[in-house]
Design a protein around this ligand. Structure first.
Ligand code: CMP
Length: 137
């Protein structure tokens, strides 16, 4: 059984589509093992996206991620990491396949509705960033 991390970003939270996005995960056979709504600090966002620190979009990414609350979720199931990425669609909504979360809810590559871990190794690190072991049940 795999676990992966999902973040519903400030744009999707502001649009009031948290329930619709969580339902897509459940309808695809993924289980919510943990979830919470939080406001990231600048330090949180910079640390979470440290791998992108040298990219030209880093500043905007951090500003966007602290612009409002996010919903972080541990998804569990068979092939959870790949399944979540399939449900999300491509990073840019312009390239996201029809019917994916980003095609349906995202506005731009920055305001792209959701984040999902891109490897099992990163999933473990990202889950540990947000959740204590006792919160994952
Ligand atoms: P996410 O999956 O959260 O990982 C990093 C984020 O940076 C990405 O989604 C996008 O929202 C944002 N981003 C902005 N510009 C780019 C870009 N050119 N390439 C990749 N990610 C970008």
């Amino acid at each position: 059984m795999e676990q992966t991390l999902s973040i519903i970003k400030p744009d999707a939270v502001a649009k009031n589509v948290v329930g619709q996005i969580l339902a897509r995960f459940e309808n695809a056979g993924l289980r919510i093992a943990a979830t919470k709504k939080i406001q990231l600090s600048r330090t949180d966002a910079e640390a979470f996206y440290a791998v992108h620190a040298e990219r030209p979009f880093f500043g905007e990414l951090v500003e966007f991620m602290i612009s409002g609350p996010v919903v972080v979720t541990v998804l569990e199931g068979e092939n959870a990491m790949a399944k979540n990425r399939e449900l999300m669609g491509a990073t840019s909504p312009k390239e996201a396949a029809a019917g994916t979360i980003r095609a349906d809810f995202a506005e731009s590559i920055d305001a792209n509705a959701v984040h999902g871990s891109d490897s099992l190794e990163n999933a473990a690190v990202e889950i540990n960033f947000f959740f204590a072991q006792r919160e994952i049940v």
